[in-house]
Every structure is written in C-alpha cells, then in structure tokens.
Design a binder for this molecule. Structure first.
Ligand code: ADP
Ligand code: ZN
Length: 727
C-alpha cells in the first residue's frame, strides 16, 4: 500500500504530496513521522494508492492512537483546494498547534503611543511643514495608543518611522491575550414563548438545510439555540455554536456552561496551546459534544454533527482576513451537507446576502417579532447635529442627549454611549449641510488621499479633484476633528462630575480579562455610564440600561465600502437593542449630520424589511453584491516594476476573458494602484473584477488560474472575494 503524505514544512509555497510505504497499516488521516531528505518530519496521510511511480521510503511511525483528521475534514480539504487553498493551510486550521511539532505562535502586536513626556500639540509645532501624516498620527496617539498595523494602514509606515526616529513616539510588543471567563449567570426557570417554541419546532421538524432566524434584539434567540442543541444531543448528535467574538460575550459562555456543563468545549484564540489542545481532543474523542467558539470553531472535530449555529450571522468577524481566507458560512454549508445536518443562522439584522437567499427560498426564514417579555423596543430619536451647530452648540453632545443623561443618572439607571471608530480618517463631510463626496459610478464614499490631494473611489479607481468648499452649500469647513472615546469620557466627567464612567475600547481591553472586568463591573452596577466602541454593541444584556447615545451615527456610512449602509443599519440596531431589556422603557438618541438618510429613517422604526427592499434596489442598480460578486486580485512585490508588470499581465488576460464572457459572467475589469500604495516596502496594485450572477458564474477557476500564473519569486497575488475592506 502506498500512502500519500503531506509533509508539514511551514515555509513551503506549494503543496507537496509525497509517496511513502509502510510495513504496518496506517489509517488515512493519521499524523505520522517520515524520513525526509536527511531529516525526519511530521506529515499527514491524506489518501492511499496501489502503486507509486517513485521509489518510496517507509513511514517511521504513527504518532497518535487515533487519526487526527476525520474523513469529513479530508473532503473539506479537497473542497478548499478547489478554492485555491493549499492542503497544508487547511490542515493548519483543523489541527491544534500542539499537535504540530509544538510550533507555537504567540499572538503579539506592536503598540504605538506617545513617548514619555511628549505633548502632541507642542510636538506638532516642531515638525517640518508638510508633515501632515506625522501630525495626524500624533493626534491619534494622543487620544489613545494604537496598534502599529492600524496606524500604518491609516497613514503611512514612513511617517511612523520618522516619528520613532525623532523619539516622539515609542513602540512596544504586547501580547494579546483574550482568554474569556464565563460570567456567573443565575439559573432562570424558562418556559419558551409561543414564538420561540414555534421556531424550535420549525427547525426540528424541517429537516436538513439552512434556517435564518430573523428576530428582534431580546427575542430570546439564545434560548432557542440551546433548546435545539439539547434535542440534538438527546438524539446522539453533536453541535457547533459560533459567536462573533467569544471574549465579548462572557454571558453566552455562562449560560452554556450552566446548561451543558462539561459537555461543552470552548475553542477560541485566547486559550493557551495546551488548553486548546485539551478542548480539541475532548471533542475529537466525543467526550464533549458541543463546541462553542468564534469562527475557527467551525472546524471543530466533532462527528455526527446535528447542527451548526451562527449567532449574529451578519458580523464581519465571520470572514477570516488572514491566510487562508475563508467564509465561515461557506465551511458551515459544506459540513452540514456532508452530515445532512442543519445550519441555523440568527440575527436581528441579517446580512443582505442571507436575507436575499431567505426571500428566494434557498434558506428557510423564521421571524420573531417580539421581545420575550413583551417589552417594547426602545424609542429612537434622530438628532440633527447641523442644527445644533447652527444653534451654537459645538460640543460632541446634543442638548437632548445631555438632558437625557441627566435624567437617567437622577433616576439611578444606566446609560451606554457609543462611538464609532470605523472609517475614521478619510472621507470629506460638510459640517454645515452634511454633504459627503461620493463616486459617480459606484455610489460609494470617496476617500481623501493626502499625498496627491485627491479623492478616490476604492472600487473603480476613479479620481476626483479635492474640493475646498462644499459643492452643495458652499460652507468652507469640510474637514473635521476627530473625537476619541477618551475625550468623550473627559467631557462626561466635566459635565457630570459625580457620574461613574467606564470606558471600553481597544485601549482599555489589552490586558487579560479586561473585557470581563469592565462588563462585569458595569453589569453589577459599579458604574453609571459605559462609553465604548463597536465592542459594546454586541449582545450584552444589562437590565438597568435605559439610555443609549450614539454620538456620530453616520460615521460608518462614509467608509469606502459598498456595505456601509448595511453596516450602519446593523450597528444602530444592535446598539439600540442594549436599552430597555427588562421593560424599563428604553430610549435611544442618535446624533447625525445626515438625518434624512434612509438608513436612519428605517432604523428609527426598526423596519428591517423596508431597509432591505431599499438597499437591495441600490445594490442591484449599482451592480454590487448580492447581485454580483466582486473579486479583487491584490498584487504585492518589493519591486515596483515587477508588481506593475504582473498587474498588466493580469489585466490583459482578464480583459480578454471579459470580452469572451461579457455580461454573461464578467461585467467589468479595472486595474489600479491599491488604495494604500505601499505597506512595509511592498508595492501594492489591484485588479478588480465584477462578476455577474455569482451562483451561475463558472468563471472563478479560470480567474484563479490567471492569478496563479502571475505569481513569481518577486510577486505575490492574493485573491479576495467580496473583500471586507479595500485598503
Ligand atoms: P437575543 O439574542 O434574541 O437578543 P437573548 O437570547 O439574549 O435575546 O435573550 C434575552 C433575555 O431574555 C435573556 O436574559 C434570556 O435569559 C431571557 N429569555 C429568553 N427566553 C425567555 C423566556 N421564554 N422567558 C423569560 N425570559 C427569557
Ligand atoms: Zn467608483
């Protein structure tokens, strides 16, 4: 018997499958030790054959007493291979580091902050004229320390370098540890509501396939998931429960522990390698039968899978940004087909993509219209910040929000103040009328590029001259200052000196257990106001919160992403859902410079369906997903001419493909420099392809082939489908 073995060599650019023989039986999926050149290496047996064309050496030994890769996962490898993901990269997703020769990666990042004793304002005056990026970085860091990778992406790596050289800022390596703890939760006697029971029945009686649960915030989706899992366990099956970021949801962990005890294993990035291995092994050997975790838990080694549940399915964390890039729902779909199981996705604001599929009948739709306790959803009010400005209020808080805060504090209730940090730097907005510059072709916000003083569309590459006054109202103050969470806390302290304020953002949650501590303290009533970024929007359940303030509700609208409207709607709905959970009447105050935008009109009324119709229309006319598929080939090289050459080659070949398949499969091909031209010495170009009708398009393998052919010693090409962020 010949065994096909993938040898685990980490710096290998291609998959190499080697033939080995053995004097004993080796089950497929085993981890083995093999002779490799003059060394011995670890490898994985992925298949067998009768004969080999080569002379073969013998496998030295089998390393574990059970095959570490299940047959299902080998099939999944093949499936991913067709999407250009190498075997070895897939295997790395499934198998804990501890099982792979102890190659251990500690997650650490460089953190930038102002150097000791440096005052940003004063330091800026000492910079040479034209050092705008450096000045902006100083401002940014004065507000809060940031990761170097973020700052590099927002400004420029060279500006960071010069600031470091001048000793104005410092950088340190920090370990990112986010081991979650379960939050102590009280056992509640719960009888499912009629809506919940109906949802459970629909799923349990509905056979295999995909279910989309669209339920308002507080409709008790977690209880539905747990009841379904319980029923599946009773049938002898297993389940995978995915949540966006487990460290942000210690409550979820708490309720699962309470309900399932040690039948549940938790998988997430904050575990030590030893812990992760233990959890993985318990699942692999069937000692635990529920895997709870963030997106990578979709690869949990469970057998006889009954269901995969994806909570908050719209969340961006379900797309892996690293290598290999994968869509969690894609993997989940593969696994439930293999196991003839159910995929259950839940959200108060499903992604347009999923809802579209529910409408066409591809997914089974379950709608929950009521909160479990029949409490009403909080009242939303939109505040026009342009009016505040005209009335002489230049503060970050509207009068309405201040008086609501005052009232909340007086009543002894709690408030959450939400500040969006996404899409910060670069769009151009008129503070007087709210006008924002957009691409004429794509309807996507333009991004301001300081280096050549232009506005650019990150999708089609079209350039516009920078404007110096508002094209609608003529107002001349277009740019605006940035506000950070720290500033917000300072303001609150100044206005309400007796209020106890907690802050939750990247900055305050670096240390182990920080999330947990902040959320617990707030939950126990040790603070009156919680100020935070996106992190506070997730599914927290704090009964005493009666007020939610959203400071700059439209910020996310101007991110150069075709999903900006969708993301804004989701974010607002999620944040708003934090108020009035236990029938204390909740109130949400939403501040914006663009109150007429349809996102706010629909969000205010919790009208998801209305928003969906409107936004679908826009996507269909502008030819964006889910009506098309956007593929970006990102070309990277240390050598600019090589990158350019590869980009030209890609463009030529893809244009030829377009001519051949025009409108049937390919609508448009564009080549340009990437929005960020260089990252750590690497020149970046991109070719963007608009594919028609993704479900029918068979053109992807050809695109992969063309992409592959442009890769050389000097040039890397990444292929991204519907990329989250065009930078
Ligand atoms: P969602 O995820 O839909 O926003 P949750 O699952 O967080 O909602 O549920 C909100 C709250 O309602 C939780 O505290 C949960 O324990 C409680 N809950 C859920 N179902 C019931 C029920 N049938 N009766 C009483 N309380 C319930
Ligand atoms: Zn455009």
């Amino acid at each position: 018997m010949i065994y096909k073995v993938i040898v685990d060599i980490s710096n290998q650019e291609v998959d190499r499958v080697f033939d080995y023989s053995a004097s004993f039986d080796v089950p497929v999926g085993s981890r083995v030790l093999v002779p490799f050149g003059r060394q011995t290496k670890e490898g994985f047996v992925i298949s067998t054959a009768e004969t080999s064309k080569h002379e073969t050496k013998d496998i030295i030994k089998v390393l574990d007493d059970y095959p570490v890769i299940l047959p299902e996962m080998l099939k999944l490898c093949e499936y991913l291979k067709a999407q250009n993901i190498r075997y070895i990269d897939s295997l790395r997703l499934f198998i804990p580091a501890k099982l792979r020769g102890g190659r251990v990666k500690i997650l650490s990042k460089y953190l930038l902050s102002l150097a000791e004793g440096v005052n940003a304002e004063e330091a800026k005056t000492r910079l040479r004229k034209g050092s705008d990026a450096q000045a902006a970085i100083l401002d940014e860091l004065a507000a809060a320390p940031r990761f170097e990778s973020e700052i590099n992406a927002m400004y420029s790596a060279s500006a960071v370098k010069s600031l470091l050289a001048k000793g104005l800022i410092k950088k340190e390596l920090v370990e990112i540890e986010r081991a979650p703890q379960a939050m102590a939760v009280k056992r509640k006697e719960i009888t499912l509501t009629e809506e919940q029971q109906k949802a459970v029945d629909t799923v349990m009686n509905g056979g295999e396939g995909v279910y989309l649960i669209h339920g308002v915030t507080g409709s008790g989706k977690t209880e539905i998931y747990m009841t379904i899992i319980e029923k599946l366990l009773a049938e002898g099956k297993t389940a995978i429960m995915l949540v966006p970021e487990i460290s942000l949801t210690p409550q979820m962990l708490g309720v699962f522990r309470l309900r399932f005890g040690d039948k549940v294993s938790v998988l997430h990035s904050g575990l030590s390698d030893g812990e992760r291995y233990d959890e993985w092994r318990r699942l692999r050997l069937g000692e635990s039968r529920v895997a709870l975790g963030a997106r990578s838990a979709v690869f949990a080694p469970v057998q006889n899978l009954g269901a995969i549940i994806i909570d908050e399915e719209h969340d961006t964390s379900y797309v892996s940004e690293g290598n290999p890039r994968y869509f969690t729902s894609d993997i989940a779909t593969f696994r439930i087909k293999y196991n003839r199981a159910k995929l259950i996705m839940g959200s108060a604001t499903p992604s347009l993509d999923s809802y579209q599929k529910a409408k066409t009948g591809e997914y089974k739709l379950i709608t929950l219209r009521n909160r479990v306790n029949r409490c009403e959803l909080p009242v939303m009010e939109t505040i026009d910040m342009r009016k505040e400005l005209r009335a002489g209020n230049v503060s970050i808080f509207s009068k309405e929000l201040l008086s609501a805060l005052d009232k909340t504090l007086a009543e002894g209730n709690q408030a959450m103040i939400f500040l969006n940090r996404r899409g910060f730097a670069s769009f151009v907005r008129c503070r007087s009328c709210g006008y924002v510059a957009k691409c004429k072709d794509c309807e996507v916000s333009l991004t301001y590029h300081k280096d050549d003083n232009t506005l650019k569309c990150h999708y089609c590459g079209r350039q516009y001259k920078m404007i110096d006054k508002c094209v609608v109202c003529g107002f001349q103050h277009l740019k605006e200052g940035k506000v950070g969470t720290q500033k917000v806390v300072e303001e609150i302290n100044r206005i309400f000196p007796h209020a106890r304020v907690l802050r939750m953002d990247n900055d305050t949650t670096r240390t182990k257990d920080a999330y947990f501590k902040i959320l617990s303290a707030f939950g126990e009533g040790k603070a009156d106001i919680l100020v935070g970024t996106q992190m506070i929007a997730k599914g927290h359940d704090f009964p005493n919160v009666t007020l939610v303030g959203i400071l700059d509700a439209d910020l996310a609208l101007y991110f150069s992403d075709y999903r900006s409207n969708e993301r804004t709607f989701q974010l607002i709905t999620q944040v708003a859902g934090r108020a009035g959970r236990e029938c204390k009447r909740g109130r949400v105050i939403m501040q914006t410079y663009n109150p007429k935008h349809y996102v706010f009109r629909y969000a205010e009324r919790y009208d998801y369906e209305g928003f969906f119709e409107k936004e679908s229309n826009v996507r269909e006319t502008t030819k964006f997903p889910p009506f098309t598929r956007i593929v970006r080939l990102l070309v990277l090289s240390q050598k600019e001419d090589e990158a350019l050459k590869a980009t030209r080659k890609l463009y030529t070949e893809l244009s030829a493909l377009k001519t051949e398949r025009f409108m049937k499969e390919i609508i448009r091909v564009q080549a340009m420099r990437a929005p960020i031209k260089r990252i750590s010495g690497s020149h970046r170009f991109q070719v963007v392809i608009w594919e028609a009708l993704p479900e029918k398009a068979e053109v992807m393998p050809e695109i992969y082939k063309i992409a592959e052919s442009a890769i050389s010693r000097d040039v890397t090409v990444f292929c991204e489908i519907n990329p989250q962020q065009m930078i």
